[in-house]
Each structure stands twice: as structure tokens, then as C-alpha cells.
Design a protein around this ligand. Sequence first.
Ligand SMILES: *Cc1c(COP(=O)(O)O)cnc(C)c1O
Length: 433
Amino acid sequence: MKSNSADLSETARNLLGRDQAAVWHPLTQHGSSPKLLGISRAQGIHLYDTRGNNYIDAISSWYTCVYGHCHPDITAAVSRQMQHLDQVVFAGLTHEPAVALSEKLLEVLPENQARIFYSDNGSTAAEVGIKMALQFHFNQGQKRSVLLAFEEGFHGDTFGAMSVSGLEVYNGPFSDFNLEVRRIPVPSDEHPEEALRIIAELGNQGILAGFIYEPLVQGAAAMKMHSARGLEKILNAVKAAGGLLIADEIMTGFGKTETCFASEQLQTKPDIICLSKALTAGLLPMGATSCSQEVFDAFYSEEIAKGFFHGHTYTANPLSCTAALAALRLYETPEIQEGRQRIQEAHAHFGQHIAGHKAVRGTRHRGVIFALDLEVATQRYGSLRDQLYQYYLDAGIYLRPLGNTIYFLPPYITPDTALEKLYSTTEKLLDSL
Ligand SMILES: *Cc1c(COP(=O)(O)O)cnc(C)c1O
């Protein structure tokens, strides 16, 4: 069929109209949110809208598509796989993609990790981690029911994951139904005294089940970063208090920070690690929760009830496993490693360059993550966010500002010219404020 630009905008209008009549979007107040943007395709670092405009995907579609969209290696591997095994029950049956992925993950994860449990998104990966920790103690006849979590942490939207998340504005209606959670402040320096006091108290009472944390960078809290030394002290205190460590690496995993997993930058290794997002490079949904031999052994028994009775229909879906395997192969290529390094250096350089600007309250970066806080009055956040979003869209850049924070987490293949565009567009914005 022939198409011209008039047809294209007709298609765009049509899509938005049909959307409004039938769809309920995530994290959206339909009564007040700004207009939707229809996306028709994505390739490499770009998203293309239904009018034919393109945008740099500066947040890798929520930290998933780090090798670029529709990477041919990944799409080819998955289309080969879908010719012979699409989906199968994973209780009582097994298959090559799941076994090969588990072996590969254990090779790259911190060396104390011994088993991989699959689910189908980040929230379920966190939920599984929480349930593993609670049952770990239960199976040993210990009553440990309190979970520890950071203020402003984010671990997902299912009940367990939501309970441990600290961004309460969104979770108000459910706060009476939450798990038992104590919160500690994120370590701002190497001396997390307040956190250590709370942990010691829980230790004395013998009620601490585990601590769930986003190591080094809190994504949903607007890319807040904390000290590895401070975190290390907290991790050691939790261990001393008898709790398990549950590292939520759903955002940080697969090369977002300086290392493949942020946990590698800490001496104390987690007992449980939650993964999703870049695990499958954005092609298919998948969650994975790894654990140490000690955790697995606490469930290993002739008693059926000591087993872990958790499962999802799409557990270890062969196509998702195949996408994850292809993604890990890409991760190890020189091109990707060079890209991560190059982006990290460019971010550091840009951070220095704008640090003294009067419109900048502060900048921070870690690996491929860059964030800057604008110097603006808090009451302007609401409308400011939408204006910033539109400003970048108009410049051909897709990102999601949070409050007064603008952050980038570009795909590892982003060329210098595109990075330059992110920086120069940002500088122009700063000069206009
Ligand atoms: C995105 C995210 C989750 C939740 O993952 P979903 O797939 O959106 O359910 C959990 N923890 C962290 C740190 C995340 O960034």
C-alpha cells in the first residue's frame, strides 16, 4: 500500500484515538497526563514515531535495550529457537536454553552464586528473592519475619516487592497490607551509624530475615548513588544480625555500573541476587533470581513442604532464555566493552564541564549512568517535568526526567555523535533556565 505523510499522521491520530478508548497505561493518571506518543518501530539507539520522527533512546527503554533495539544477533537467535521449541512447562521438564543460560549466568555472577530460579519480570524476581529469604529461616525453625530495606528503594509493584519499596506516594492505598519492613537511610558516607543502630537492634531481637537493596545506584529514586564503603558496613552488620542479603540488580545488572554487577564492587557477597531488564536485552520479558548453595541447601530435603512452591506459567520460557544467552554473548564482545568504557569517560567529562553551571545543583555518574539535579524550586517539579520531557522530545531525544533530575542511561552502542547531542541539548537547556 502506498503511504504518504498525510496518511502517516492520519495513522498516528487513529492510533492515539483507539488507545484512548481501550487502553489503561502503567504509572499513568489518565485524567491529567500529557499526550501519548505512538511508536512504530525501533532500531539501534533510535525510536521512530508514527509520524516518522526519530528519537535517541537515552534511557535504553527503562534500562533494557543496552545493545540497541532489534539487535540482529538476538533476533536471529530467537527466531531460530522459535522454530523448534516455543514454550513448555518447566516443572518436571527441562530444556537446553534454560540449562545453558543457568550455566552462563553462574559463570558471570559473583562466585558464591550456585542456582538460578526463573520468573518473568523484575517484580517477580524480587518477590522470589524475598520469599526465598523468609522460607530459608522458616525451614530451619526460626521465626524471622522482618525485612530491612532502604528509604526510597524500589523493588517492583507486586505485594512483596511493593512492601519493601520506599517510594510511598504510589503505594498509599496498600500500606495496610504490607509485609513487616524496617527502613534504613541510604549511606551518604562511610559512616552509616543510624542504619547500623537499627540493624543491631533487630539482631538482638533475632527477628531479621533479610535486607533487600539496590547496590550503589537507586534507579527509581532518580539514580541516587551511595558509597560502597558505607554499604559494605551495612551488609556486614546484616550478616552479623543473622539476615540474608538480597541484592536487587534488576537495574544495575549487566554492565550499567563499572562492573557487570554492582555487587562485584563490594567484598561482602549477596546470598540472593535479583535480575531482569537487560537480562534479555529488551527483547522478551524474563526475571531470574540466583542464590548461594547455602540458601538452596535450606530447601533441599525429603520433606515436600520444605521445597520452594513458587512458579509462573512462563518460567524459563525457551525464547526468553535464548534471548538472554545471545545478550550475554554480546556483552562479552570488545565492541560492547569499549562502548561502556567510552560512555563512562564521556559522562565524567561532561559532568566536570557543567558542574559549575548556575542551573546545576549537582551531577553524578557511575558507569553508563549520568544524572544531574537542576537548581529549581521544588514546587515547580510537577510542570517542570513535563516541560523537560517535551523539550528533549522536540530535540529528538527520549528520556524521563524525575522531579528536578535529568538522567541518561544510553545503550552501550551509542556513538560519540549521539552522546554529543545529549550533552549539547542539555547545555542549551541549562543556559535557558
Ligand atoms: C524495574 C525494577 C524492578 C521491577 O521490575 P519490573 O520488571 O518493572 O517489574 C525492581 N527493582 C529494580 C531495581 C528495578 O529497577
